[in-house]
Design a protein around this ligand. Structure first.
Ligand SMILES: O=C[C@H](O)[C@H](O)[C@H](O)COP(=O)(O)O
Length: 262
């Protein structure tokens, strides 16, 4: 049993544990991607195995699909589920308006489609992900492989026309080869430092031929659950501000580690 977790993993776990309290029996649930979302998938798996919840999960990546099956969750595609009650996902950054940068793990395209097809999106994050202005984390732009260098040049020209401070755009690599997303695309990371007008940036990037999607999630997230390494959790609701602040004692006996083995 993986009883000893680092403070950062405890933070991710308590955020996931609290967010899963929003999950109800019978829900169609969007399952996010990343190390924080993996804790959520494990917690949902525990509800399915221990409480008999009937959950239909729509994963946002092949990695999450594998983990969800391992945890005993029924997995279907979005077109089969059609519309989702709730999506729970991680983020690379969130700001005071609960706008996000996502895609550090390369899953932004499916994540945005799934979150947008949900009645509600809850983001789970450790406290270090909170920023006053988005952009310190490189902004991922998913592009089709065809003509990617031309697309990259167009992106760079667009950044100049927007008068954005930092302008470095780099192709994400996987060793010596370009990183390839689940949809067979490449990712160009924009090292901007800060994004003055995230809404404008999101709209403008998606106008460039060759760009499939960008990692800015504007007006999509409803609630952020923030976990801390000491077990404190805060719930921020876009309509109500901070609605809850308390502590979850990390319980190593919780039966959430099905996929981790002993
Ligand atoms: O593509 C990956 C996703 O957007 C992740 O949710 C995001 O990168 C956060 O991942 P983590 O929870 O591992 O920090």
């Amino acid at each position: 049993m993986a009883a000893e977790l680092s403070p950062i993993d405890k933070a991710k776990f308590v955020a996931a544990k609290r967010a899963v309290e929003f999950v109800e029996d019978g829900m169609r649930l969007g399952l996010g991607t990343g190390s924080t979302a993996a804790w959520m998938v494990r917690c949902v798996g525990e509800l399915v195995r221990e409480e008999g919840y009937r959950i239909t999960g729509v994963p946002t990546s092949s990695r999450t699909a594998d983990l969800a099956r391992q945890c005993g969750i029924t997995v279907v595609g979005l077109d089969e589920a059609k519309w989702l009650d709730l999506t729970i996902d991680g983020a690379d950054e969130f700001d005071g308006q609960l706008n996000l940068i996502k895609g550090g793990g390369g899953a932004l395209l499916q994540e945005k489609i799934v979150a947008t097809a949900s009645d509600q999106m809850i983001v789970i994050a450790d406290a270090a992900k909170e920023v006053s202005q988005l952009g310190a984390f490189p902004l991922p732009i998913e592009v089709v492989p065809f003509g990617w260098q031309t697309t990259k040049a167009l992106i760079e020209e667009t950044l100049v026309s927007l008068d954005v401070l930092g302008r470095a755009a780099t192709l994400r690599m996987n060793g010596d080869a370009p990183y390839v997303t689940d949809e067979g695309n490449y990712i160009i990371d924009l090292h901007l430092g800060r994004i003055g007008n995230a809404r404008q940036m999101a709209l403008v990037m998606n106008q460039i031929p060759g760009v499939v999607e960008n990692g800015l999630f504007i007006d999509i997230c409803d609630i952020v659950v923030i976990g801390h390494g000491d077990g404190k959790v805060e719930t921020r609701d876009i309509n109500q501000g901070t609605v809850e602040e308390d502590r979850i004692e990390f319980a190593p006996t919780d039966n959430v580690f099905a996929d981790l083995g002993d």
